[in-house]
Design a protein around this ligand. Structure first.
Ligand code: PLP
Length: 358
C-alpha cells in the first residue's frame, strides 16, 4: 500500500507530473532541450522573484550548496546555522578546504539580524550562508530583516538555502539581496528527488572568477558560462526526465494554481497543524518564526513516535520523527507541495484516533 507522505521531502508527486518522468528521451543538445531549460528558468525566476540567472543541477540541493560555498568564497565564509542543514553547510565548506566559521544558535531559534551584523562588521567574511526554512527545527528565518543588514556589506556574497520553502512560501531573492538561492525538486516544488535549482547573480559571477579551485561538476561559474554560450544547455547530461516534469509542474504551479493561492494553501495547512499541536502538544520552535511548509511538534506527551508512525503506516500515512538530536523529542508533519488542508485534517483525525485524543 502506498503511504501518503507527510514528511518534509520527498513528497507525493501528482500522477500527471509523475507521468512526465517517463516521456521518451530527446537529445540533450537539441533545440527542444534548450527550449525546456529556458522555460524552466523563466518560471523559476517567478518563484524566486529574481531577474538574475538560473542554474539547474542534476544533483539534490546539497550539490548546489556545496558548489556555492566552494565556487564563491574567496576569503572566508560565515555559516549561520539554526539546525542540521546549516551545520551541513559548514561541513561542506570545511571538507572543501574553504575557510569558514560557524555561528549556531540554540535549535528552535532563528538567526537574528543583529547576529549577522555583528559577524559581518568584523570584515573577515566575503560570503555568508543562511537557511531560510530549517527542516530539522521547523524554523523560518526573518529574511526581510536579515536582508536589510546584509545590504550594508556589498562585498559579501549571500547564499540562501530555500530547499524546503521554495514554491511553498513567498521568496524575495532580489529584494533580500540574495546572490545564490537554492531549491530542490523533491520538497514544496512537488517532483521526485534528483534535481536542484539556484539563482546566480552577477555579483556571484564576478566573485567566482576570483576563486581559483572551484571544482568541476559543481563549479557554478562553469555552469553559468556554458548556458550563456550554448543556449541553456549544460556541460554534462542533465536529467531530462526531471526537466520534462519540472516544466510541466511549474506551469501548473504558476499558471493553473497561481503562486498566491499556493502560498495561501501552505499557510492554511500549517495553521491546521499548529492549532492541533497547541491543543494536544506544543510547538517546538519559537512561535514568531514558524515554518509554513512543515511543523515541528514538541513531544510533550512522551508518545512513542516510532509506534505512532507504524500505526499510521498501517492506515496509509507517514510522518517524520525528530531530526538528529531531536529524535523522539519532537515529530514533524509536513504540509507542503500538493498537500491540501483537507488531507492535513484527515491525517490529524487518524492520529487522534490512534492516540485516543479528542
Ligand atoms: C532537504 C534539505 C536539504 C538537503 O537537500 P537535498 O535535496 O536532500 O540535498 C538542505 N536544506 C534543507 C533546509 C532541507 O530541507
Amino acid at each position: 500500500m502506498h503511504k501518503r507522505l507527510f514528511i518534509p521531502g520527498p513528497v507525493d508527486v501528482a500522477p500527471d507530473v509523475l507521468e512526465k518522468m517517463s516521456m521518451p528521451m530527446i537529445g540533450h543538445r537539441s533545440k527542444e532541450a534548450s527550449r525546456i531549460q529556458r522555460t524552466i528558468s523563466e518560471y523559476m525566476r517567478k518563484i524566486f522573484n529574481t531577474k538574475e540567472e538560473i542554474l539547474v543541477s542534476t544533483s539534490s540541493g546539497s550539490g548546489l550548496m556545496e558548489g556555492a560555498v566552494r565556487s564563491c568564497t574567496a576569503k572566508r565564509a560565515a555559516i549561520f546555522s539554526i539546525g542540521a542543514f546549516g551545520n551541513r553547510w559548514y561541513d561542506m565548506a570545511i571538507s572543501n578546504n574553504v575557510p569558514a566559521d560557524k555561528f549556531e544558535v540554540e535549535w528552535g531559534k532563528p538567526t537574528t539580524p543583529e547576529q549577522v551584523d555583528e559577524v559581518l562588521a568584523t570584515g573577515k567574511y566575503d560570503l555568508i550562508t543562511v537557511t531560510h526554512n530549517e527542516t530539522s527545527t521547523g524554523v523560518m528565518n526573518p529574511l526581510d530583516e536579515i536582508g536589510n543588514v546584509v545590504k550594508k556589506y556589498p562585498n559579501v556574497v549571500f547564499c540562501l538555502d530555500t530547499v524546503s520553502s521554495a514554491a511553498g512560501t513567498e521568496l524575495k531573492v532580489d529584494e533580500w539581496g540574495v546572490d545564490i538561492c537554492i531549491a530542490s525538486t523533491q520538497k514544496a516544488i512537488g517532483l521526485p528527488p534528483g534535481m536542484s535549482v539556484c539563482t546566480f547573480s552577477q555579483k556571484a559571477v564576478e566573485r567566482a572568477k576570483e576563486v581559483p579551485n572551484r571544482g568541476m561538476y559543481l563549479d557554478l561559474l562553469s555552469l553559468y558560462n556554458y548556458i550563456q554560450k550554448k543556449d541553456y544547455q549544460y556541460p554534462s547530461t542533465p536529467s531530462l526526465s526531471h526537466m520534462f516534469a519540472l516544466e510541466y509542474q511549474l506551469d501548473k504551479i504558476i499558471n493553473k494554481e497561481g503562486l498566491e493561492n499556493r502560498y495561501k494553501r501552505h499557510i492554511e495547512g500549517g495553521e491546521i497543524v499548529r492549532n492541533w499541536a497547541r491543543k494536544h502538544f506544543e510547538i517546538f520552535p519559537d512561535e514568531n518564526y514558524m515554518s509554513n511548509t512543515l511543523t515541528n511538534v514538541k513531544n510533550t506527551r512522551n508518545i512513542d513516535v516510532a509506534a505512532l508512525n507504524k500505526a499510521l503506516g498501517e492506515r496509509g500515512y507517514q510522518i517524520s520523527n525528530g531530526y538528529g538530536k531531536l529524535k523522539d523529542k519532537t515529530f514533524r508533519i509536513a504540509h507542503m507541495a500538493e498537500t491540501t488542508p483537507e488531507e492535513v485534517k484527515e491525517l490529524l483525525k487518524v492520529i487522534d484516533e490512534i492516540l485516543g485524543l479528542n
